[in-house]
Write a protein that binds this ligand. Structure first.
Ligand code: ADP
Ligand code: MG
Length: 251
């Protein structure tokens, strides 16, 4: 049965698109508070795996649980998000014409209804929610940009703001797709610190191609290939794995 330490349990998960097995008997177990990097060549199934976890794609077979209680295959995308899974896509989707504060404040309100925000109609935060928002601002390093319009933030700052918006919902599991694409060296460094610091509070699963970044943050690495796990372990372990070397070097 599902161990109480496990936050994400995926077993024997498969999905085909027009007869092509994009995910093939995939097993993935993520512990509470863990930081896990998922790497693998293009087409390995990384995005499809994220889509299955968030309910966007339904597998043909297999088991997917959040903790012991949430059978994700019986829940809608919205229910899965409410149960504690936050997903960050590559392209940030912050509201550019709203302040950093308002972006975070909207995220706690749950509805991403920018409509209410423009008309100043969203629920005012309680003192406790406001304190939490300030702690999130501090975590993502954007306290000094509180009143700034999000459209004026740098690319990296927008990415961190979006992570902050997910944190406002107090997720148990954060899924992050290629967080450092297009970032400067300094921003990559800061993102590594941010994600490393977040782990512990919630589990963080990062899909990433940038091996320098993986080296900075990774404790456990899962290598995906042809829709299943090819290797798992520390970065040093998977890099020394003969099958992994063959897949990456075409040997
Ligand atoms: P990755 O993110 O690791 O690059 P993907 O999960 O995007 O890989 O894709 C895995 C495989 O499944 C690829 O061969 C891709 O072309 C295929 N695929 C993904 N989504 C669909 C879809 N909606 N319809 C058809 N094929 C798809
Ligand atoms: Mg992908």
């Amino acid at each position: 049965h599902i161990d109480n330490n496990i936050i994400l349990y995926m077993e024997d998960v498969s999905v085909s698109f027009d007869g092509f097995k994009a995910i093939n008997k995939l097993n993935l177990y993520i512990d509470r508070g863990e930081l896990r990097c998922i790497i693998g060549p293009n087409g390995a199934g990384k995005s499809t795996m994220m889509d299955i976890i968030t309910g966007k794609t339904r597998p043909d077979e297999g088991t997917v649980f959040l903790g012991r209680d949430h059978n994700l295959l019986q829940m809608s995308e919205a229910e899965i998000a409410r149960a504690g899974i936050g997903r960050k896509f590559q392209k940030p989707t912050v509201f550019e014409s709203l302040s950093v504060y308002d972006n975070l404040s909207l995220a706690i309100a749950g509805s991403k209804s920018v409509f209410g925000a423009y008309f100043g109609k969203w629920r005012k935060l309680t003192g406790e929610q406001d304190d939490f928002l300030d702690s999130v601002l501090d975590t993502i390093g954007l306290t000094h940009t509180r009143a700034r319009m999000a459209g004026f933030l740098s690319h990296g700052q927008k990415q961190w703001l979006e992570i902050g918006m997910l944190l406002m919902q107090k997720p148990q599991l954060l899924l992050v797709d290629e967080p450092v694409a297009g970032m400067t060296h300094g921003e990559i460094e800061r993102t590594a610190e941010l994600l490393t610091g977040l782990a512990g509070q919630q589990a963080v699963v990062v899909v990433e191609h940038d091996m320098e970044f993986v080296r900075k943050i990774a404790r456990q690495v899962t290598v995906l290939h042809q829709g299943s796990v090819l290797a798992e372990g520390t970065l040093a372990q998977v890099q020394a794995d003969r099958q992994v070397i063959e897949v990456y070097l075409g040997g």
